[in-house]
Ligand binder design. Sequence first.
Ligand SMILES: [Fe+2]
Length: 128
Amino acid sequence: MSSENLHAPRERLSESTLNLHFAIVSLMEELDAIDWYRQRADDTEEETLKELLLHNMREEMEHASMLLEWIRRHDSDFERFLKTYLFTEGSILQAEKAATAEGLGGGQPARSRGGAEKGFTIGSLRDA
Ligand SMILES: [Fe+2]
């Protein structure tokens, strides 16, 4: 499988990192497609075309969801955050505070299932 978006020499990346990269890039493409279809649906006055574009948009949502599930199954850090935030009610920021207090949201990341030791993190996106 090829990709033009690698940021390190391919031979230095683990198989797990490469597979996660392929899934992440594919998820980005699906999310772009969702955005494009929704905008085009908004922009057309032709009702049949609008419905077709919205139908296609929903199919891209299915594809994105399938990819996200694959990522969850192959990256335990991602899985941990998805478990913390998805399908919750109430304040997302309060969920983060609760997770951080429980030691789930910060500090040392849990070890990934698939050799994330060759990966990197950008760091906390929280305010200092
Ligand atoms: Fe798709």
